[in-house]
Design a protein around this ligand. Structure first.
Ligand code: ATP
Ligand code: MG
Length: 426
């Protein structure tokens, strides 16, 4: 029979690699909870309408990339392409706005987009995201950005590039949109087909185009920063000042417009030169219009999402994972010994040690080889004579020394050597 393979654009994360994921998740949990963000887990699928409304029909995500299907009850369902819409739906559904004061939420998990798979781009990928709901204060933008910077820094990632921009409020954007359309219309024929299509539907997104000819045309386009009202411009100044005060290094990029319709004012991206074409590790910004768009009260909000695959690609370039090792490897041969080995392994595990048990019943020599491969600090050996006397041989693999210990005393004995056994891998 032919073997079945994982779908294109999806990947298995194997045990040899899982350490990176666990490290990133643990660090995210630590950094975000220190900043009083609390974790939320929302469903992996939602009504299609949530994303159509919350992300916007004119975006690539909704227009081309969603995994949408009809379920057995004839409902249109979509696998979540991002985390903000679901978090905001939950915020509204559970009336979290009524608690007074801002809510800081974070999430982590798989997202689904029908895209062309390549390095750093998958159909099932993972994001860590944070949302600060309920504050319009420019300090909220800066707090959110600073947490992302903190997390990436704590993971040891340096030489990342922070780009910030302001896309103003609705009025600023309407003003800018018509300036941009006026500028681009004479160039219509030279734009790529996608951008031609966007000129009427979502002209700001043309600035985001990766097509060289379109980029060249955009270079001389009017800047959105010149279209900001004095209030919006002052707000952007405050954000920049606070970033500078915190020592966050950034560049202003007036072409930075996020792909989603609900963004307002601050938009930002964190990029790396070490990722090839998929350079953006983190994207985010302010989305003051979203909560009301999804049926909640007017609620200003700001947030971001980090692409975990891209983050881990960077970590892998930085440092190899420490090998997975066990404290003890239990070797046994002969009926009684094999029976007793189960209990010996259980005792050590209950005492807090990691223990791998050999189940092969093969020659001792073979079992020893596997103990080496498991990176064990010590072997616990049971043969016929140990089974007879209720003892084990304890063999320290680094030193090569061996001693006889009563099975009942093993956990106590191991405890005396815990720091040596677990060393820096405890
Ligand atoms: P891109 O321009 O790379 O498509 P995007 O604007 O669609 O990014 P966002 O929706 O802002 O991305 O998502 C935030 C982050 O999630 C991205 O910066 C990226 O790191 C990651 N990401 C987005 N799509 C994918 C994907 N298909 N595979 C892997 N990571 C992704
Ligand atoms: Mg995309």
């Amino acid at each position: 029979m032919t073997a079945i393979q994982a779908l294109r654009g999806t990947r298995d994360i194997l045990p040899e690699e899982i350490g990176y994921w666990q490290h990133v998740e643990a660090m995210a949990r630590q950094i975000l909870s220190r900043a009083a963000f609390r974790e939320i887990r929302t469903p992996l699928f939602e009504q299609t309408e949530l994303f159509a409304r919350g992300i916007g029909e004119a975006t690539d995500v909704v227009g081309k990339e969603m995994y949408t299907f009809t379920d057995r009850g004839d409902r249109s369902i979509t696998l979540r392409p991002e985390g903000t819409a679901g978090a905001v739906r939950a915020f509204v559904e559970h009336k979290r706005f009524a608690t007074g004061g801002p809510q800081r939420l974070w999430y982590c998990g798989p997202m689904f987009r029908y895209e062309r798979p390549q390095a750093g781009r998958q159909r099932q990928f993972h994001q860590i995201g944070a949302e600060l709901l309920g504050s319009a204060d420019p300090r909220a933008d800066v707090e959110a950005i600073a947490v992302a910077v903190e997390l990436l820094g704590a993971l040891g990632l340096q030489s990342l590039r922070m780009l910030v921009n302001s896309v103003g409020d609705r009025t600023d954007r309407a003003r800018y949109r018509s300036q941009l359309v006026d500028y681009l219309t004479p160039h219509l024929a030279d734009l790529d087909p996608d951008s031609q299509d966007r000129l009427t539907r979502n002209p700001l997104r043309i600035l985001d185009s990766k097509v060289p000819k379109t980029q060249e045309i955009c270079r001389d386009a009017p800047s959105i920063l010149d279209a900001l009202s004095p209030e919006s411009a002052a707000r952007f100044d405050r954000v920049q000042q606070a970033l500078t005060d915190l020592g966050v290094v950034y560049q202003v990029d007036s072409r930075l417009v996020r792909g989603l319709d609900y963004y307002s004012h601050t938009a930002f991206e964190i990029q790396s030169d070490d990722l090839g074409a998929q350079a953006t590790v983190c994207g985010g910004g302010r989305y003051d219009g979203l909560v009301s768009e999804l049926g909640g009260p007017e609620t200003p909000a700001v947030g971001w999402a980090i692409g975990m695959e891209r983050l881990i690609l960077l970590l892998q370039q930085l440092q190899p994972l420490p090998a997975d090792r066990v404290d003890f490897y239990v070797i046994s041969r002969g009926d009684r010994a094999e029976q007793q080995a189960l209990k010996v392994a259980q005792d050590l595990r209950q005492a807090g040690f990691s223990v791998e048990m050999d189940l092969s019943a093969s020659a001792f020599g073979k079992q020893f080889k596997r103990a080496d491969r498991a990176g064990a600090a010590a072997c616990v050996i049971l043969g016929d004579s140990e089974a007879e006397t209720g003892t084990v041989q304890l063999k320290w693999l680094a030193a090569g020394t061996q001693e006889t210990i009563a099975q009942a005393d093993l956990a106590t004995k191991a405890e005396q050597f815990r720091t040596i056994i677990q060393g820096d891998r405890a």
